[in-house]
Ligand binder design. Sequence first.
Ligand code: ADP
Ligand code: ZN
Ligand code: ZN
Length: 738
Amino acid sequence: MTAKNIFLSVAVPTPIRCLFDYLPEKNVKHGILQPGLRVSVSFGQRKNITGIIVLIKNKTNHPKHKLKRINHIIDDCPVIHKKHLDLLLWASNYYHYPIGEVIHNALPALLRKNKSIPDYLENFWSLSTLENNNLLSIKSKKISPVQTKILNYIGKNRIPISEFDLINIFPRVKQSLHALEKNGLIKKENKKNIELSPKIIKRVVKLNEHQKNAVNTIADSMKKHSIFLLDGLTGSGKTEVYMSVMESVIKQKKQCLVLLPEIGLTPQIIQRFKNRFEVDMAIQHSGLSDIERFKYWQDAKTGKAKIILGTRSAVWTPLKKPGIYIVDEEHDLSYKQRSGFQYSARDLLIVRAKRDGVPIVLGSATPSLETINNAEKNRYTRLILPTRAGAAKKPEYQLLDIQNKKMHGPLSQTLLDEIDKNLKLNNQILLFLNRRGYATTLYCHKCSWKAQCDRCEIPLTYHKSNNRLHCHNCGSSKENIKDCPLCKSNLLRLGHGTERIEEVLSKKFPKSNIARIDRDTTQKKDSMDNYLKKMHSGEIDILVGTQMIAKGHHFPNVTLAAIVDADRGLFSTDFRAPERLAQLFIQVSGRTGRGKKKGVVIVQTYNPKHPLFHNLIKHGYNYLAKSLLKERKLSSLPPYSYIALLRVEAHNIKHVKYFIENASMRLKRQSEGVLLLFGPVPALTEKHSGRFRYQLVIQAKSRKVLHEHIDNWLQEIEKMKSSKKVRWSLDIDPLDMN
Ligand code: ADP
Ligand code: ZN
Ligand code: ZN
């Protein structure tokens, strides 16, 4: 190709679903142009935006004289390599989402800007040479216990300064570091790209037979792509299995990418990995500063970081030499992005593993039905860890029928007695209720008036902590009222939230230390961590919380976990609700009896005979999962069919209905006999923030058929005038119907 007829297809962050052709700069040197380079281009009204070269070609479908030149090339070398770019193209295609936005979303914020990459200098802490080899002699100096811990943590390593902010395990870390520096015990170094030579610290636990078997099976297929389901109870030692597999990957000088469901869990895992490996780690989650995020991204891309650890968005991190991919708690909903580009990080990592020829391990105590089905069909290799590791035993279940029982708010007398018993033995207790606030409804018993959100038309929740009424749908709030605005009678407070549990407990157990973890109490940056620390140190006796406490945490001294209201998931219209309830049930019960003492799970319910509870308790999660799969098969629901969901919303309900009915008709016309359609119907929450919401489910027997039809259909509905009057989005493989 001569410089004369070179055309660049550039991805630009815009909702328009295509690439845009540009001419290169005048006199561009040969060989400089490469896919993955960032370029500055003018686009519409915008003079200077960042695009990525996706293709370099010698033909264009546009009249050449109409093409613009790019302003300039931003980088010396591509920020995305070819293989990674291909993955992004695949994702754009699969999720029917504009390529420019997919790429934009996958880049760290610094690279979305129109600037060249900053030359990143990292500051490190290390021990002063004087003390380097003699940690013992430090003990003679006057230093605080925290300072000693920090010195031990630094040890012989160089620790990036930012790491202390991230791991957040030491109280008053800044002051302590400062004091240590002043006393000449540690020093700050300013170096570029110091790479740790990977070291494995000796393993502390001896793997049991099941763990060994899992590690060996995965290790045997290290060089090719396979998918493993590591199916093990909470506390059965999955993380130990991950670490053993990672060990052999690191020894081969390759990289491990580990996805976790929540930021809240990362400090614990980082700490465990640190105890095991002396390697560079790259961390990716939304809590990082732009600079940190970019630095880690770069470390992963250059191959410096051997362990890449993060939440959903970490799936976009480029790696130089991938060796293993791991998705912990693969069933977790947080892997699916819920707005904008609605991708599933788990599904994408599976696709990525296949394209990269790398094995992938999906771990869970409660695998999703999709994953179980894939394992049943031998698409995934299932590895089972049937027992809890170490001394811990399976917890015992007690279904507590609360019909006609003496209740104190949401808690039955029987449950309070059990709590009392456990408190007397100095054990810790965990109470779970997936509802914030104090009372879920304000109700007039005379005229049946209810306090509702004007914009969403759902009941408002009373929060005692700030004495206001909150809408849990749109987040708005208003002043509390005592009397009915219609008939002036006293309003009743119905339904219970976490605040109410906390109140009942404080009255019954005034000497005990009670804490509550939910979105209201964890607004501040470190508050979650502080609660967890207090829980670990034994300072908290009873912890009350929402789903935030159901996952992953390891509290060895908890012997009683209770699900305060187990009935909500039983009668939902969402076809995934029973699966969710079962997962929650097992996750909550996984928080008890993790140490030497036996654990009990108490489930308060008005439906103790419900088959879901019976199957779950008597036969276990896998049995229940299989029976749920049978039901899905009978009604041709995923994983036995493939679905996409069109969501439409607008202030004017007429616009919503007009657009969605038209969209639906076009689909039917196109695809007679091939697709099943549900709807258009109102969404489960029909109104949100003043907007009316409708949806349409598109379902097909095969992925291929679904996607072929959507391709054509989208082009049609984008052209419809009525599409401009509404907000609409398409969710591929939706996980909730809301
Ligand atoms: P999971 O990831 O499945 O929840 P972990 O790997 O976190 O399980 O293990 C739970 C606890 O049991 C941890 O404290 C871990 O160190 C310990 N553990 C795991 N495997 C063993 C083993 N083989 N022997 C003794 N303790 C173990
Ligand atoms: Zn009234
Ligand atoms: Zn609202």
